[in-house]
Ligand binder design. Structure first.
Ligand code: NA7
Length: 529
C-alpha cells in the first residue's frame, strides 16, 4: 500500500489543532489531525472535574477568525464552565466540518524527520504511518497529567482520579470520604463542589495559593450586545494588553500613590474580581514591595473569610502573588467553614505512602473512599517529550531539550525543520489568553508555509544564533521579574527532576511585534531552503 502523504500533520484537536486544520484547508493544503481523545476540545475535553471553569472571561475566550462565528455564539456566564466550552469547541468543529479530517482515539507515538525525502514520518498507536511536509504540534501546554509516583498507589482499594483525566460520566461522591491532594487552580475550583457532595472532604496542602473572587454571574444581555457590536475594536485593544486580555492594567508603577490609595485600588479590583487584581500597578510582578502589599491584602481577606484562625493561617500563602498563576475562585476559602471539610498541612511532612484504605502522612493514617489528585501537569514540554520526536540525524527532541527547552520564538527549534510548536516554550502561551495566542501562532505558521510555497522553498529551520539569542532573551526578561522566585509549573519546578527553566515569554504585545519584524525582514533568524 502506498504511504499516505499530506502537506501538514497536526497533533492534537484542541483549539490550536482545530484552527490549524481550518487554515490548512483554506490554503488548499491536505492535512490530518491526530487526537488521543474521542472528541475535540483538548484541555477542555480532559479537564471535566467538578467546578472546572475558564479563568479568562468567556466573551474573550473564543476564536476571532470568523466574525459570523463570534456573533453567532452566546456564552451564558462571565466565566464559562467546562461543559459549555466543550460545546463551543464542538460547535466550531461542526460549523467548519473539521471532524472528517481528525483521527480520534489515535495517539502519535513517533515523528521522525527523514532528511532524504525532507518529510516527517508520523506513526500512531493505531498503525497509521503518514509522511508530512510540515508537522504542527498542537499538543497544548497543560495536557500531560502529573500523577506523583506515590508509593502504594496500586494498593489503594478505593477509586482515584486526576483532575486532568476526569471520567466522562462524572463521579458521584455522595456519602463518600474524599481526599483532594493539591491546592492549585484545579483543586480550588473543585473543592467547593466536591465538599457539597461528599460526606467528608480532606484537603492535603503542600503550598497554599492566592485566589481572587470570580464574582461569576450570567452574562448580561446588554453587555453581550455591546461586546458583539464592538468585537473588532475590543479584540484589537485586548492584544495591546500584556496578557492579551481586556482587563485594566494601569500604567502607574508601584509607589506612585500613597498606601491608602493603593489599598483602595486593591479593594476596588477585588470587588471586580478576576485577573484585574494584578493590574493595579504595572510593575506588581517586578516590585517586591508592591507585590507584598497586594499579597497581604489577599491574606487579610482569607483571615476575614475563614472562621478558624489556624486554618486561615495555613491557607495564607507567603510567596510572591502572581508568581504562580493567580487562581480565580468561587467560594473556595468559605468552604473551609463547613463542618465536613478539613485541611491537612503536608508542607513539612509529605505524603509517605498510599495504603489499601487511604494514605499516611506525618505518621498518621487517613482513610478514604476516593482520592482526587489535583496535582497539575508536566506543563509545556510534557506532551512533546512523550512522543519520540527526532530531527535531522535522528536527534531526539528530549535529548536536545535535556537541560530545558530551546526554541526560536517558542515556535521552532534548530535541527527540526518544518516542525512548529503552537504556543510552545519560549512563547507567551500560558501567560496570556490562550485563544488569541493560538490564533497568532497558527496564522504565523500559515504565513510561513505560504511564504515557502510562493518562493519555491521546502524547509524552514531557525539559525543556531537566533535560537540561542531568543533563549537568552526569554531568560533575561523572566529574570527581571519576580516569576522565578517560587516553585511554579512555569519553571517546571512541580515535576521532580525537570530542568528549572522559565518557559513562557512574558509580554504578548512585545512578542507579536517581534514576530512581525522577523517576518518583515524575510524571516530573519530562519534558514529557508
Ligand atoms: P497546579 O497549579 O500545578 O497545582 C498542583 C497542586 O498539586 C499544587 O498545589 C501542588 O503543590 C500540588 N502537588 C503536586 N505534587 C504534589 C505532591 N507530590 N504532593 C502533594 N501535593 C502536590 O495544577 P492545577 O491543575 O491546579 O492548575 C494548573 C493550571 O491549570 C492552572 O494554573 C490554570 O492555568 C489551569 P505545590 O504548589 O507544588 O507545592
Amino acid at each position: 500500500m502506498a504511504e499516505e502523504q499530506v502537506d501538514i500533520a497536526i497533533v492534537g484537536a484542541g483549539f490550536a489543532g482545530m484552527y490549524m486544520l481550518h487554515r490548512a484547508r483554506g490554503m488548499g493544503l491536505t492535512a490530518v489531525v491526530f487526537e488521543t481523545g474521542d472528541g475535540v476540545g483538548g484541555t477542555w475535553y480532559w479537564n471535566r472535574y467538578p467546578g472546572a471553569r475558564c479563568d479568562v472571561e468567556s466573551m474573550e475566550y473564543s476564536y476571532q477568525f470568523d466574525d459570523a462565528l463570534q456573533q453567532d455564539w452566546s456564552w451564558s456566564e462571565r466565566y464559562a464552565a467546562q461543559p459549555e466550552i466543550l460545546r463551543y469547541a464542538n460547535h466550531v468543529a461542526d460549523q467548519f466540518d473539521l471532524k472528517r479530517d481528525i483521527r480520534f482515539e489515535t495517539k502519535v507515538t513517533a515523528a521522525h524527520f527523514d532528511a532524504t525525502t525532507g518529510r516527517w514520518q508520523v506513526t500512531t498507536d493505531q498503525g497509521d504511518t503518514v509522511a508530512a511536509t510540515h508537522l504542527v504540534m498542537a499538543t497544548g501546554c497543560l495536557s500531560s497529567a502529573n500523577v506523583p509516583h506515590f508509593q502504594g498507589l496500586e494498593d489503594f482499594a478505593g477509586d482515584w482520579y486526576h483532575t486532568g483525566r476526569w471520567p466522562k460520566d462524572g463521579v458521584d461522591f455522595t456519602g463518600k470520604r474524599v481526599a483532594v491532594i493539591g491546592t492549585g487552580s484545579s483543586a480550588i475550583q473543585s473543592i467547593p463542589v466536591i465538599a457539597r457532595q461528599a460526606a467528608h472532604l480532606t484537603v492535603f496542602q503542600r503550598t497554599p495559593n492566592y485566589a481572587v473572587p470570580a464574582h461569576n454571574h450570567p452574562v448580561d444581555p446588554e453587555r453581550e450586545t455591546w461586546f458583539k457590536a464592538n468585537y473588532k475594536d475590543l479584540r484589537e485593544k485586548a492584544k495591546e494588553g500584556r496578557s492579551g486580555q481586556l482587563y485594566s492594567v494601569r500604567d502607574l508603577p508601584w509607589g506612585s500613590e500613597p498606601l491608602e490609595a493603593a489599598e483602595a485600588e486593591f479593594a476596588k479590583r477585588w470587588e471586580i474580581g478576576g485577573f484585574c487584581y494584578l493590574g493595579a500597578y504595572a510593575d506588581l510582578l517586578v516590585n517586591k514591595e508592591g507585590n507584598e502589599v497586594a499579597a497581604e491584602f489577599v491574606r487579610a481577606k482569607i483571615r476575614e473569610t475563614v472562621n478558624d484562625p489556624a486554618t486561615a493561617d495555613l491557607l495564607c500563602p507567603t510567596s510572591v502573588i502572581g508568581c504562580k498563576r493567580l487562581c480565580v475562585d468561587i467560594g473556595y476559602f468559605e468552604t473551609y467553614n463547613r463542618d465536613n471539610v478539613s485541611l491537612v498541612d503536608i508542607s513539612k511532612a509529605p505524603i509517605e505512602r498510599l495504603t489499601e484504605t487511604g494514605l499516611i502522612t506525618g505518621g498518621k493514617a487517613y482513610d478514604f473512599d476516593a482520592i482526587v489528585f489535583a496535582t497539575g501537569f508536566d506543563a509545556m514540554t510534557g506532551s512533546l517529550n512523550k512522543i519520540d520526536i527526532r530531527g535531522r540525524s535522528g536527534l531526539p527532541l528530549t535529548e536536545k531539550w535535556e537541560a530545558g527547552p530551546r526554541t526560536y520564538l517558542g515556535l521552532t527549534t534548530v535541527g527540526f525543520p518544518n516542525l512548529f510548536l503552537i504556543t510552545g516554550p519560549g512563547s507567551p502561551s500560558v501567560l496570556t489568553n490562550m485563544l488569541p495566542t493560538i490564533e497568532q501562532h497558527v496564522d504565523y505558521v500559515s504565513d510561513i508555509i505560504e511564504h515557502l510555497r510562493r518562493h519555491g522553498q521546502s524547509t524552514i529551520e531557525p539559525e543556531q544564533d537566533a535560537e540561542d539569542a531568543w533563549v537568552d532573551h526569554v531568560n533575561a526578561i523572566a529574570g527581571g521579574t519576580l516569576y522565578p522566585s517560587c516553585n511554579s509549573w512555569y519553571l517546571g519546578a512541580n515535576v521532580p527532576g525537570k530542568p528549572r527553566v522559565f518557559m513562557p515569554y512574558p509580554g504578548f504585545p512585545a512578542y507579536v511585534k517581534k514576530c512581525r519584524e522577523i517576518a518583515a525582514a524575510g524571516y530573519e533568524g530562519f534558514r529557508l531552503e
